[in-house]
Design a protein around this ligand. Structure first.
Ligand SMILES: Cc1ncc(COP(=O)(O)O)c(C=O)c1O
Length: 436
């Protein structure tokens, strides 16, 4: 176990960090009240600077599918660093090994380019779609989050003012009018609206970017919605892009394209694929990926630029190879599924027991809790009425009991969560329901 660094209180440490780190957080979405400041982590546990332990359902916002410091993943990373070097700027055999593993899992993948984040992956998918189709506009769905680049920082949250489709709402200051005009926002899971809009504007639309599970809300795309998007985009020469940064290698190895049978033209990958080491990737068939090749079949003016100093470092490749091999060769995904079912069932029982209005969304090891609404949730608009104040209270009550969920009450279950962690979590849920 690593040494603990118990130096000060969370409040003092947070105040001190906030003097140099805007908001005290390295990502705006990560802020919540009374933030613990981390000291170290092990398995599914994080210890704060006061020495308090939390069962971690944040999992680094998704990537830590085997928890913190999994021996196999960590030694693969460390071995690569110590024995192979950190960065070459040259192709190396482990890139091919990692890509072959990805192509075995992800149906649309024949070729892959690596990035260091999901943000870069969706950004590159969009540029590819524009380069291939020579059209400007992109369709994105309301409430979807695809990273922090300008073109997708629009309508990332559902709001009461929605829908004023296809006009999106900026989710950040600093976006240009052109960016807002080039990203059309449509309602998620509304097949009729999407098909009508795409048919009417097809000659302007380069790509349709869709999260097959709306990650901010744990809402799965209906199969019929994805199938219709597939059919109309194929018909109109528009690229269908699946953002599987969250879903692939976590819900299952092949993502929702595998389970739905709807194969996109391009996929953005990331998060769990690297086991915690920074990673992202663009995957697609050779006919599209060839547009990125600097010496491929395209003339210079048609080549789509993609580059990055740290792309496909040997260490990142070691993380991808170790993670995918471990997911393939162990029953980690099945165990995560079993544990998630237990948590989901317990939450549904508690909703009944305490007669509190609530719903549990998500799929497999991705669980999200909403209060103030009930019934079957199929459209994101149904979630606008959710009681966010109650969610914040529940989050704080869990934190006080040593359970760390993502703010907004999202939980990633990892393979490091054991039965005793699940039992402890369920009894903390019970207490939090009592006190809500
Ligand atoms: C669906 C989805 N796409 C893209 C991203 C961006 O990935 P990253 O944070 O690695 O840039 C995220 C991050 O949360 C995401 O949830």
């Amino acid at each position: 176990m690593p040494q603990s660094h118990i130096v000060k209180s969370n409040a003092n440490a947070f105040k001190s960090i906030s003097r140099v780190l805007p908001g005290g957080v390295d990502g705006n979405a990560k802020y919540f009240d009374n933030m613990p400041v981390a000291s170290h982590a092990w398995g599914c546990h994080i210890t704060d600077v006061e020495g308090r332990e939390y069962i971690d359902y944040c999992c680094g916002y998704g990537p830590l599918i085997f928890g913190h410091n999994d021996p196999e993943i960590t030694s693969a990373l460390a071995n690569s660093m110590i024995n192979s070097g950190i960065l070459y700027g040259l192709p190396h055999p482990s890139i091919e090994e990692a890509i072959n593993l990805i192509c075995d899992c992800i149906p649309c993948a024949e070729m892959v380019r690596f990035t260091n984040s999901g943000t870069e992956a969706t950004m590159t998918c969009i540029r590819l779609a524009r380069g291939i189709t020579k059209r400007d506009k992109i369709i994105k769905f309301s409430g979807a989050y695809h990273g922090t680049h300008d073109g997708v920082m629009i309508s990332t949250k559902l709001s009461e003012n929605d829908p004023d489709y296809p006009q999106g709402q900026p989710s950040s200051a600093g976006l240009t009018k052109n960016t807002l005009q080039d990203t059309c926002i449509l309602p998620f899971n509304d097949t009729e609206y999407a098909c009508r809009f795409i048919a009417e504007h097809s000659n302007e639309i380069a790509g349709v970017l869709v999260e097959p599970m709306l990650g901010n809300y744990g809402l799965l795309a209906e199969k019929e919605f994805l199938e219709n998007l597939r059919n109309i985009t194929k018909d109109k020469g528009i690229l269908l892009i699946f953002d599987e940064v969250v879903t692939a290698f976590r819900l299952n190895l092949g993502g929702i394209q595998k389970t739905s049978g709807v194969i996109p033209d391009l996929a953005a990958l990331g998060k769990a694929m690297g086991g915690g080491y920074p990673i992202g990737a663009v995957a697609g068939p050779t006919k599209y990926m060839d547009y990125i090749a600097p010496h491929g079949s395209k003339v210079a003016s048609e080549v789509v630029w993609h580059s990055g100093t740290y792309n496909a470092s040997p260490v990142a490749m070691a993380g991808v190879i170790a993670t995918i091999n471990k997911l393939k060769n162990t029953d980690a995904l099945a165990i995560m599924d079993k544990n998630s079912k237990q948590l989901r069932q317990a939450l549904n029982n508690l909703i009944q027991k305490y007669k509190i209005k609530g719903v549990i969304t998500g799929d497999g090891p991705f669980i999200q809790i909403f209060f103030g609404i009930e019934g079957d949730i199929t459209r994101p608009e149904q979630l606008i009425a959710a009681d966010t104040e109650k969610s914040k209270r529940f989050h704080q009550l869990l934190l006080q009991q040593g359970i760390f969920l993502i703010p907004g009450l999202r939980a990633y279950v990892s393979a490091a969560h054991g039965q005793s962690d699940i039992d402890q979590t369920i009894s903390a849920f019970d207490k939090a329901f009592q006190m809500l």
